[in-house]
Design a protein. Sequence first.
Length: 263
Amino acid sequence: MNFTVDGRQVFAYTAAHALDAAKPTVVFLHGAGFDHSMFGLQSRYFGYHGRNVLAVDFPAHGRSAGPPLASVPEMADWVMRLLDAAKVERASLVGHSLGSLVALDCAARYPMRVERIALLGIAYPMTVSDAFLQAAKENRQDAYDMDTIWGHAPQVPLGANPNPGMWMYGDALARLGRLGPGVLYSGLLACHTYAGGDAAAAKVTCPVLLMLARRDQMTPMRAGVEFAKHLPQAKIVQLSASGHSVMTEEPDAVLDALAAFLA
């Protein structure tokens, strides 16, 4: 479904259903360089089980027009304007990586509009290496390779994906290859420079779920566990086999945890 936000077209997957004001809404927020399809299984499930779903493409990602947004607070404000465009008053937010910081910032600054937040692959601070940032700034292929390799558990190249026929490396590279110049860099820099995590956590009053992966090389589990100390109301789910791309590496476990949390 297409919406207009700030005069530009925005795409959000809705599981082929019109939004129903009588149903609760779940908004899915993807990570840097990716798009709504990262939440394919999870968003489809909720869309067919009594929820409105908005799996969004951030500006300059997927089917949404650019330019990219420069910071986490800008993205959080944009999410609220998207809800306005969709005529949604309150929603639960599910964010991955960069999207998890956006969900956190939304819950802190817009508590009356956020019911729950699920933070997948979160760490704070979410620093990015100089080499990765520079490669992304120069739009080099090795930036996409770093994102793909570090974004998955080491066993991923060996196959046995739970999604039949899916090649996770190829899938990630295909998504990244569709980005315009500077888009991946903009998202990584937004992660790297976000300085409001601790302050935001102190303001969050809604229920919180953290989903952390033992083989995550980008946002290590220990960093997520440490950050969870700032969110005493948070429940932590640990995924034993997954790397950073938890939605595709352990899709059923992620769906089960979200279904229980959002019930």
